[in-house]
Design a protein around this ligand. Structure first.
Ligand SMILES: *[C@@H]1O[C@H](CO)[C@@H](O)[C@H](O)[C@H]1NC(C)=O
Ligand SMILES: *[C@@H]1O[C@H](CO)[C@@H](O)[C@H](O)[C@H]1NC(C)=O
Ligand SMILES: *[C@@H]1O[C@H](CO)[C@@H](O)[C@H](O)[C@H]1NC(C)=O
Ligand SMILES: *[C@@H]1O[C@H](CO)[C@@H](O)[C@H](O)[C@H]1NC(C)=O
Length: 403
């Protein structure tokens, strides 16, 4: 009888203990009485929709400061008193609701360092609408993001931990002896990484990447022989780009082998970075679609980005920012270079020129029975005017019909 009571006591204590643990785990993990936030992840992998499309919203140069306190630049005098970073927030919410993108790409100068004393807070506000939307997103840095309380490395690491963010500080190192940079590849800059977009659900390409997105850090400022200039993409980054592109194209070849009976289209890729390459200047003398509103502000160093892109073959279009009143697309040696156009109200612009965003739509080829690889890449822009006008729609790339 006695031992039975002891047994029951133990049993009860045991249950209470289990319950306490479950309660603790279920409610909150507490650290210094503050709940630990666990990053929210989007549904992965990224993939095309059932209708064979994948839509990206490019947001260039939000220039977010400290919210209500950061006034708008270059708006009509009658608008000045009622305009702040909150207008940028509203425009981002509107664009997400209107275009319903599958992915949002932020191409740098997301925050404007000099206008905030707390980079983390500014980032949380700037990316607030996309985090609330639950849409996967990624960002690279511009030349102004680090001009506040965080270094470029800290910024990228913070951005990569934000809800629904797929940003990475740098690609993981495959060489286990390479521990110099911790678990990252030894590569210049912060924010060099790739994301794969898989084929349509239910198709043979459902588990294969058909569209690769490359993100590169174009740096901030540098001094070359005593002269200040903008940053550029370094050889170590181009080396990584070449090997990642090659690896992904080999994977694609393997899929081709598996499917055998059906032709598989070569993989397509897009690239995103902040500072234009020097060759973009030449577009002034060629045909371009959109607005060439100011000189191209780029580095005095030409590190051979265009040459590399031409040689790897998969990148069809590059999306850049930096020059807010340029929003054109032009073609250099078969590769499109498109500006996003200034998005943020605290960034410079031109009075009377609406803030804008770019939309990129990739469409799959319809095979006999199912969706195949990428067939077409289109783009257009949306203005933050009363009609949210859609302008400059164009096809950037199309699979050659000869196949
Ligand atoms: C900024 O937002 C306010 C409040 O919604 C609005 O009244 C104002 O017109 C906006 N300004 C611009 C330039 O869009
Ligand atoms: C893709 O992966 C899923 C889950 O692993 C599997 O059920 C499906 O058959 C795969 N599809 C193809 C086309 O390989
Ligand atoms: C990036 O590319 C590599 C090939 O270099 C691929 O294995 C990897 O899955 C890609 N990363 C993502 C996140 O898609
Ligand atoms: C918006 O659309 C209306 C009706 O089509 C037109 O009258 C107006 O000029 C447009 N506004 C802008 C800024 O394009």
């Amino acid at each position: 009888m006695e031992s039975q009571t002891v047994k029951w006591k133990h049993y009860f204590l045991y249950l209470a203990f289990i319950y306490a643990i479950l309660y603790f785990l279920h409610t909150n993990l507490l650290l210094n009485n503050r709940p630990i936030r666990i990053k929210k992840w989007p549904h992965l992998p990224l993939r095309f929709r059932h209708d064979g499309t994948f839509k990206i919203l490019q947001v260039a140069d939000m220039h977010f400061g400290s919210g209500l306190l950061s006034r708008c630049r270059d708006v009509l005098p009658s608008h000045f008193h009622y305009c702040s970073d909150l207008n940028t927030t509203r425009f981002l919410k509107t664009m997400i609701q209107l275009e319903k993108p599958d992915f949002v790409a932020f191409t740098g100068d997301n925050i404007f360092g000099p206008s905030t004393t707390d980079a983390a807070e500014s980032l949380l506000s700037a990316f607030g609408p996309v985090m609330e939307s639950g849409i996967p997103w990624a960002a690279v840095l511009g030349n102004h993001d680090q001009e506040s309380s965080m270094t470029r490395e800290e910024l990228m690491s913070f951005i990569s931990l934000m809800d629904y963010s797929l940003s990475q500080t740098n690609p993981p190192s495959k060489d286990i002896n390479n521990v110099k940079r911790g678990m990252f590849l030894d590569i210049d800059g912060f924010g060099n990484y790739n994301l794969s977009v898989y084929g349509a659900p239910g198709s043979h390409l459902a588990n294969s990447s058909v569209l690769n997105l490359f993100f590169l850090d174009s740096g901030d400022r540098e001094t070359v022989q005593g002269v200040r200039t903008y940053g550029w993409i370094k050889e170590s980054q181009l080396n990584w780009l070449r090997s990642a592109s090659r690896e992904l194209q080999v994977q694609n070849e393997e899929v081709k082998y598996v499917i055998k009976t059906q032709p598989v289209d070569a993989s397509a890729a897009l690239a995103f970075f902040h500072i234009p390459i020097p060759e973009v200047r030449q577009l002034y003398y060629q045909k371009f679609v959109g607005r060439f509103g100011e000189g191209v502000a780029c580095s005095s160093v030409n590190s051979g980005v265009l040459k590399t892109l031409v040689s790897i073959k998969d990148v069809k279009a590059v999306f850049i920012g930096h020059d807010h009143t340029n929003d054109f697309c032009g073609n250099l040696e078969g590769i499109w270079f498109c500006y996003g156009g200034g998005f943020g109200y605290h960034g410079y612009g031109r009075i009377g020129l609406a803030r804008r965003a770019r939309v990129i739509l990739a469409e799959l080829r319809k095979g006999d029975k199912e969706w195949m690889g990428v067939e077409r890449i289109k783009t257009w822009k949306r203005l933050d005017d009363e009609n949210l006008s859609k302008i400059d729609e164009q096809v950037l790339w199309e699979l050659s019909p000869s196949r």
